[in-house]
Every structure is written in C-alpha cells, then in structure tokens.
Design a protein around this ligand. Structure first.
Ligand code: PHE
Length: 332
C-alpha cells in the first residue's frame, strides 16, 4: 500500500489529484482503512504487530501527502504571481481633463464683477407662468412679445420664459428691500436659428431696490461693470428705449473694446456697441409686488450672455455654443 501511495503521490500534479489519493488510501473506504477494519479478525499476537505497521504506513502516507500539497501550493502561487505581475514601467493612460464651456467662463466673470459690488445670485424656473413673464411685468395684453409666434406656450397660463425678468417679480415677492440681485439663466423664444439667434439663449438680469435709488446708481453700476469686463477705458452710453417694466428705459452701449481671438469684429461702424437693456423699475411693477413706490425705487437691467460672450471672445455664430464641437470648445 505504501509503495503504491508513494508512486501515486509522486505523479500527482494538482490539489485535486492529491485529494483523490488521500481518499483512495486514507478515506473511510480507503485501502489502509480497510486493513485497519479487518484487524478484529486477527489473532491477539498479530494485532499489535499489524497495527503498528498500519500506523507507520498511515503516517508515512500523511507526511508524503503534506509535502506534496505544500509543493503544489508553492507551484500554484508562483504561477499566480507570474500571471498577475504588473509592469510598473509601462506608460500610463493619460486622463483628459475637462474645462469650462466658454459661456460658463464669461458668466463666471460677470457674476464675479457683480458679487464684488454686493449682488447676490437669484434663480428662477425656466418653465414659468404667464403672470411672471408678462402680467406682473406690466406688459400690455396686446404686447407683440406675448404672441404665439414669439413665445413657447405650454398651456394658456404656462410658458417657457422669454426673459429672466421673471426673477425680478419672484424676488420682490419674497424679499423686502434692500434688494440687490443678479439672475442668470436660460430663456426661450420662437426664433429661427441663425448666426445671431437661437431659440434657447441666456440672459443675466439685475435688480436693485432700496430707498433713494436713482438713474445715477444704474449708470454708475453699469459703468463699473463695463470697465471691469471690457477694460478700464470703456465708456457707457444710454439711449432712450421702451420696456413695459421700466420707466424710463434705455438701451446701453459700450465703446469698442479689445476682444480675444482672431475673428474680432467689435469695432465696426460707430465705435459703440449695444450690450444691454435697463431702466428704473416701473411703479406698477413695484406695486404688484407689494412694494410702495413712494417709499422705494429701483433699477433693473438685462443682458444677453451669449451676445456678450460672442463679442468678448470674438465668436461670430451663436450656434457654435450649443453644438459642442470639441474643435470649437477646446479653443477656450
Ligand atoms: N428683459 C429685457 C429683454 O429681454 C431686458 C431688460 C431687463 C430691460 C431689465 C430692462 C430691464 O429685452
């Protein structure tokens, strides 16, 4: 038995085979076990002799098995180590770092300028009520911007906001003066896309309400803004205009400025370029929001982020912002 166990063990290659050998010789029905079982039939003289030999054989087989198991374990460990080797000298995969979209960059810059003047950021919903987009903003019932051809309606009372001026109303409903906020966000109008129009675009609204706020405060605020965004030499000019929610109202131009990039066309023509709409908050609007126009006054302004980003980065087609062509995006 011992010899045939030795032969089998010496040929075994795997843990499975060694286990089979253990069962074959030492298991409950194993060859050696049946010898031990048969001991009862032996004479009293033979029993201790055979018992001793059987025990020695068992110990010999057990120790051979143990050695063989250790040997196979060592071989398997080696194989695993070889298989799982990591070559630390291999070149790594380079991770591509993302960066800010050009619109976000310009927006961050504009936010920073107004936050520096004490403005807080306020946000409002893109899907809003006709009330906030038109009625509360003093828009006459027949104002052309209310038209189905200009505005995306969801129901008779709900629309995609066409301007961030909605946030003026939402803010004045919630806050008592002093109020000093800017509100950036998406707006929607039924425009056919071309180089300067997109049905989805971005505005940044500004609103200040307090005691004794005058047009001079508006002018001063926008002056500081223009100088910080476009350069210290920049001047602003107010041209009379009409908005339902401000009175008086103005369109604001800035003197030409140096833009970044090659396609810059900021300085064509008169030397002035229009960048935003503004005015003194209409007393009707203050009243609708529960603010007494005898006690408080305010100014508001609104600018198109896309347009300002196009001007300052020298981009000539608004659609480039929304196509996410990496060849464009990666230039900024
Ligand atoms: N909401 C106006 C527009 O979309 C801009 C504006 C905002 C004008 C605030 C005056 C005051 O054209």
């Amino acid at each position: 038995i011992q010899q045939s166990a030795e032969a089998a063990i010496s040929q075994a290659q795997s843990m499975d085979e060694l286990e089979q050998i253990r069962v074959r010789f030492l298991g409950k029905k194993g060859e050696l076990t049946s010898v031990l079982r048969g001991m009862g039939e032996l004479s009293a003289e033979e029993r201790p002799l055979i018992g001793k030999i059987a025990n020695e054989v068992r110990e010999a087989i057990e120790s051979l098995l143990e050695q063989a198991v250790n040997g196979v374990k060592a071989i398997e460990k080696n194989e695993r180590l070889v298989k799982e080797t990591i070559d630390v000298t291999m070149p790594g995969k380079e991770l591509e770092l993302g960066h800010k979209h050009p619109l976000t960059r310009v927006l961050d810059e504009i936010k920073g300028i107004f936050m520096g003047m004490g403005f807080k950021i306020a946000e409002g919903p893109e899907v809003d009520m006709v009330y906030y987009n038109f009625d509360a903003l003093n828009a006459p019932k027949n104002h052309p911007s209310r038209d189905l051809s200009d505005t995306f309606y969801i129901t008779d009372d709900i629309l995609l906001r066409t301007q961030t001026s909605t946030v003026q109303i939402r803010t004045m409903e919630k806050m008592k003066p002093p109020i000093r906020i800017i509100s950036p966000g998406r707006c929607f109008r039924r425009d056919t896309p071309d180089a300067t129009h997109s049905p989805m675009f971005h505005q940044i609204e500004g609103l200040v309400v307090d005691k004794n706020i005058t047009m001079a405060d508006l002018k001063g605020t926008l002056d500081v803004f223009a100088k910080q965004l476009f350069g210290v030499g920049t001047k602003t000019k107010f041209r009379p205009h009409y908005f339902p929610f401000t009175e008086p109202s103005a369109e604001v131009d800035v003197t030409c400025f140096k833009c970044q990039g090659s396609g810059c066309r900021v300085c064509k023509g008169s030397g002035w370029i229009e960048i935003l709409g503004a005015g003194m908050v209409h007393p009707n609007v203050l009243k609708i929001c529960g603010i007494d126009p005898e006690e408080y006054s305010g100014f508001a302004f609104g600018m198109g982020l896309d347009r300002i980003a196009m001007l300052s980065l020298g981009i000539d087609d608004i659609r480039l912002f929304f196509e996410n062509d990496m060849r464009f995006i990666n230039q900024f």
